[in-house]
Design a protein around this ligand. Structure first.
Ligand code: ARG
Length: 592
C-alpha cells in the first residue's frame, strides 16, 4: 500500500482491532473481528462488536468473562492511531469508536489539493469484462442494454481502481443461422462481391431467410452447405458473412457512441480454432460423454446440466465457444478475473461453465469468475418490455424517446430561455442518457426492473436528474464567489477545512467513506450501493448547506463574506460526486 492511495477506514479499523484482540487474547484462534459503521452518532462513528462473540467463544474454552470485560480488555490494547479520537465501552459490550477530525481534514484537503481522489489500494489484476454481447442479425434489445450499462460501469470501476481491464463484446456472430442468411444474401444480391448490398433492415432480412429456410427444402440444403463452406473459410462465403456482420456492427456502434461506451469486438467466431482444439483436448482427457449422438461434459456437481461440446452433426455450440473462450482468456490473455454480464436466465450456464473449466484444469484457485446476472426489463404495465404492437423495442428509438422527453422537461422549466443552444443540447444528452443508465444501475440488478421514462426523469428522489442538478448547484457555489479551480487547489494548501459545525462533520464523515464503498462493490459487484452513496452525499450536503452559510449576501444579493473553509468542503464533495458519476457513466454538466 502506498501513500498515494485513499485510505479505507474500514480496513484500517479492522486491522487495529484485529491486532488489539490478538494481543488481549493470544490463545484464541481466529477471533471474530466485527466492525460496523454507525448511522446514529450517539453510538460513535463506527462500532466494534467483537466482545459479545468473543465472550461466547471464551466460555466454550472454559473461561468465563463478561462481554463488557472483554470489551475493556480489547480497548486497552488498541494502539494509538491518527484515526481514533476516543473509544468507549457501552451497553452489553459494544465498543463505540469516535473518529479524529484531523484525519478527515487532512484527507479532504489533500483531495482538493490534488483536484481528484485517488483510489484505495487493490492488487493490480488483469480483468476481462464480457458485456453487451448482442447477436448479429437480431435486434439488440433492452436486455443487451442492461448488460451494456452494467458492464460498462463495472469496467469503469475496475479501471479507476487501477486494474488492467479488457472490455470484450462477445457478439453472437457464428453458428448455423448464418447458413440461411448467407444463402439468402447470395440470392437477393447476386453481385454482392462487387457491390455492397443495401440491407437497411437486417431484422426483416433475417425473417425472410428464416421463412424460406422453414418452407423450402432446396434452400435449406443450400443453407447447410453454406455453413460447411463458412467453417472451411471459403472466401466468397466469408465475404458474405462479413457483409452481414457489418450491417449489425454499424447499428451496435451507433448505440455505443451515443452512450459513450467502449468495447472491443471479439465475437464467437474469434474462437473457431480454439473450439476445435478444446473439443479435442477434452475428448483426449476423457472428459466427454456420449449422449444421443452429442458429446457432452458434466461438471460432476449435483443438479447441473451438462455442456454440449459437440453436436450430433459435428458442429459446435454456444457452450463450446464459452469453453474455448475461457481457456483463451485465462491462458493467452492471462486473465486473473473474468466477469460475464448477462441476464439472470444464463446463470446456470455460467455456473456449469465455471465448474467444467475447473474440472478441465483450466481454472485454478487463483482465478475469480463472476456471472453478473440481472432481472428482466418490464414495461409500465409490468409485462415484458415491448412496443404497443408487441415488437421488441428498438434501442435507437428508445434513446430518441429519452432525448425527446428530456427536452420537453427542460422546456417546461424554461431552461431553453436561459441556456445557449449548445448548452441545452449538452444538458439534454447528459440527462437523457444519464437517466437511462442511472435508473438501471440504481436498482438491485437481481430484481426485475420497470422501464419508465416518467420515473427516471423525476427531479426528486434518487434519480440522475436530481443528482446532476445537485452537482451543478454545488459547483456553482465557488463559481458565484468567483473562485477558480486553481485557486481552490492553492487554498487547500493553506486554509484548513474546519469541521466544527455538526453538519460539516457529518458531511465529512460521509465523504471519507468513499474508498470503503468502492471496496464493497468490488466484492459483490452491486452498483446500486454506489448510487445510494451518491444520494446520501447529496442529501447530507443539502443539510450542510441549509445550516452553514458558504456565501453571505446582503439585501441587494451582493456577496459580503465568503467562508473559504466551507468552499473547500464543497469542492471536496463535488470531486467525490464527480468520481462516482464517472464510474456510473454519467456526464456532469456545468449549466442545466
Ligand atoms: N450473445 C449472448 C446473448 O445474447 C450473450 C453472450 C454473453 N457472453 C458469453 N461469453 N457467453 O445472450
Amino acid at each position: 500500500m502506498s501513500d498515494n492511495n485513499a485510505i479505507s477506514l474500514y480496513d484500517t479499523l479492522f486491522n487495529l482491532f484485529k491486532k488489539a484482540i490478538s494481543v488481549a487474547y493470544p490463545d484464541v484462534c481466529d477471533p471474530p473481528v466485527i466492525i460496523i459503521s454507525n448511522s446514529n452518532e450517539r453510538f460513535g462513528d463506527y462500532q466494534c462488536n467483537s466482545a459479545m462473540a468473543l465472550s461466547k467463544q471464551l466460555k466454550n474454552d472454559g473461561i468465563t468473562t463478561k462481554p463488557r470485560g472483554v470489551a475493556e480488555s480489547i480497548v486497552s490494547k488498541v494502539e494509538d492511531s491518527n484515526l481514533i479520537s476516543k473509544l468507549e465501552v457501552a451497553g452489553a459490550g459494544f465498543i463505540n469508536i469516535y473518529l479524529k477530525k484531523e484525519f478527515a481534514q487532512k484527507t479532504l484537503s489533500t483531495l482538493v489539493k490534488n483536484g481528484k481522489i485517488l483510489p484505495p489500494y487493490t492488487k493490480k489484476q488483469k480483468v476481462i469484462v464480457d458485456f453487451s454481447s448482442p447477436n448479429i442479425a437480431k435486434e439488440m434489445h433492452v436486455g443487451h442494454l442492461r448488460s451494456t450499462i452494467i458492464g460498462d460501469s463495472i469496467a469503469r470501476l475496475l479501471e479507476f481502481l487501477g486494474h488492467d481491464v479488457l472490455r470484450i463484446n462477445h457478439v453472437g456472430d457464428w453458428g448455423t443461422q448464418f447458413g440461411m442468411l448467407i444463402s439468402h444474401l447470395q440470392d437477393r444480391f447476386p453481385d454482392y462481391l462487387s457491390v455492397s448490398p443495401p440491407i437497411a433492415d437486417l431484422q426483416s432480412f433475417y425473417k425472410e431467410s428464416k421463412a424460406r429456410f422453414d418452407t423450402d427444402e432446396e434452400f435449406k440444403k443450400r443453407a447447410y452447405n453454406c455453413v460447411v463452406k463458412l467453417q472451411a473459410s471459403n472466401p466468397d462465403v466469408i465475404k458474405a458473412w462479413q457483409l452481414i456482420c457489418d450491417v449489425s456492427r454499424k447499428e451496435f456502434e451507433k448505440i455505443y457512441t451515443r452512450l459513450d461506451i467502449k468495447l472491443i469486438e471479439r465475437g464467437e467466431s474469434f474462437y473457431q480454432k480454439h473450439m476445435e482444439a478444446i473439443a479435442k483436448d477434452l475428448e483426449a482427457k476423457g472428459l466427454l460423454e456420449e449422449d444421443e449422438g452429442r458429446k457432452v461434459m458434466f461438471s460432476k456437481r449435483d443438479n447441473e446440466i451438462p455442456l454440449t461440446i459437440v453436436k450430433s452433426d459435428g458442429g459446435f455450440t454456444y457452450d463450446t465457444s464459452d469453453m474455448a473462450a475461457i481457456k483463451q482468456r485465462v491462458e493467452e490473455e492471462k486473465a486473473d478475473w473474468v466477469i460475464y454480464v448477462t441476464d439472470a436466465g444464463q446463470s446456470m450456464h455460467f455456473q456449469v461453465l465455471k465448474h467444467c473449466a475447473e474440472r478441465a484444469g483450466i481454472l485454478k484457485s487463483c482465478h475469480r469468475i463472476d456471472h453478473v446476472g440481472f432481472g428482466v426489463v418490464l414495461g409500465n404495465d409490468k409485462k415484458k418490455f415491448k412496443t404497443r404492437s408487441g415488437e421488441t423495442v428498438k434501442l435507437s428509438d428508445l434513446l430518441d424517446e429519452g432525448l425527446k422527453r428530456t427536452l420537453e422537461k427542460l422546456k417546461e422549466r424554461e431552461r431553453d430561455k436561459v441556456l445557449t443552444e449548445e448548452e441545452l443540447k449538452i444538458a439534454q444528452e447528459s440527462i437523457a442518457y444519464g437517466c437511462i443508465k442511472y435508473a438501471d444501475l440504481s436498482h438491485n440488478r437481481n430484481h426485475e426492473y420497470i422501464f419508465s421514462f416518467d420515473k427516471m426523469l423525476e427531479d426528486k428522489g434518487n434519480t440522475a436528474v436530481y443528482l446532476l442538478y445537485a452537482l451543478t448547484r454545488i459547483r456553482s457555489i465557488a463559481r458565484t464567489a468567483n473562485i477558480s479551480q486553481e485557486k481552490l487547489r492553492e487554498m487547500a494548501e493553506n486554509i484548513p477545512i474546519s469541521l466544527e459545525h455538526e453538519k460539516e462533520w457529518k458531511l465529512a464523515k460521509v465523504l471519507i467513506k468513499f474508498p470503503d464503498v468502492l471496496i464493497k462493490i468490488t466484492t459483490d459487484l452491486y452498483l446500486h450501493h454506489l448510487c445510494e452513496y451518491c444520494y446520501e452525499i447529496s442529501c447530507v450536503f443539502t443539510e450542510f448547506y441549509n445550516n452553514c452559510y458558504c456565501l453571505e449576501k446582503n439585501d441587494l444579493g451582493e456577496i459580503v463574506n465568503v467562508n473559504m473553509s466551507r468552499i473547500l468542503l464543497t469542492e471536496a464533495t463535488a470531486i467525490i460526486m464527480e468520481q462516482c458519476f464517472s464510474i456510473l457513466g454519467l456526464k456532469s454538466v456545468a449549466y442545466m
